[in-house]
Design a protein around this ligand. Structure first.
Ligand SMILES: Nc1ncnc2c1ncn2[C@@H]1O[C@H](COP(=O)(O)OP(=O)(O)OP(=O)(O)O)[C@@H](O)[C@H]1O
Ligand SMILES: [Mg+2]
Length: 221
């Protein structure tokens, strides 16, 4: 389903260059739920961005469902992402001037689909059907995260990426959000890659991976 080969990514700041991804290989099967852990700055967000087609690696390839992401033209790539990939960003990235429902409708609107019903159904799946008219600032952290999840799963993507989806939540809310994500993934046969700091939360996945020193290792399954 996801085949990443030999991913390299480095950043230079001034004369210094740091290599964040040093030839990473990763395969995820359809429907597999993988958790990625690793110290702050290890490159978890960079890897997730690269896998999702949001950041071109300097070397290597990412193939999702037989489509080589970085060989597509920008517009085709954006259309592929819109149709197949859901992404939950590290800090929600909800649009502050849009209501919860409107936020959930954005990707569908970009894809040209009629999405109000789809968006309402997604809010219901995350338990927020009564909060559709609220602005993000009128929602709790956990609720904002649920809106971000609803937005990512509204069109039932084949692949879902989540970057620290429980980073700002207490342990009870964290458990609930993780259960919700896994439930949605299992129900839809969705391939799921989740970044988390919390090794306890990572245990619920099919595979646990550690990113350290530019490399990835399997630490459990
Ligand atoms: N656009 C950029 N320019 C320069 N350096 C960057 C850029 N993006 C990321 N980096 C550097 O790459 C490294 C990896 O960053 P990344 O955000 O992937 O880490 P992370 O594992 O997600 O960390 P955290 O757990 O704190 O979210 C960091 O040292 C960061 O400073
Ligand atoms: Mg990060």
């Amino acid at each position: 389903m996801i085949e990443a080969r030999n991913l390299h990514r480095s950043y230079s700041i001034g004369k210094k260059s740091i290599e964040v991804l040093h030839g990473i290989d990763l395969s995820l099967k359809k429907g597999e739920c993988a958790f990625l852990c690793g110290p702050s700055g290890a490159g978890k967000t960079t890897l997730l961005y690269t896998l999702a087609g949001l950041e071109r690696p300097q070397q290597g390839s990412v193939v999702i469902d037989n489509t080589d992401l970085y060989s597509l033209k920008a517009r085709q790539q954006a259309a592929f992402r819109n149709a197949n990939i859901g992404y939950i960003f590290q800090n929600y990235l909800l649009l502050p001037e849009l209501t919860a429902l409107e936020n959930v409708m954005v990707p569908g609107a970009i894809g040209g689909a009629n999405t109000k019903e789809q968006a309402e159904a997604a809010l219901e799946r995350v338990g927020l059907s009564k909060r559709g008219e609220h602005l993000p600032a009128e929602l709790s952290g956990g609720e904002q995260q649920r809106v971000a999840i609803a937005r990512a799963v509204a069109n039932r993507p084949a692949v879902l990426f989540a970057d620290e989806p429980t980073g700002n939540l207490d342990s009870r809310n964290s458990g609930e959000i993780m259960d919700l994500l896994l439930g949605l993934a299992r129900e839809g046969g969705t391939t799921l890659a989740v970044v988390t700091h919390d090794p306890e939360l990572a245990k619920v996945g099919d595979r646990q991976l550690l990113i350290r020193d530019g490399a990835i290792e399997e630490i459990g399954s």
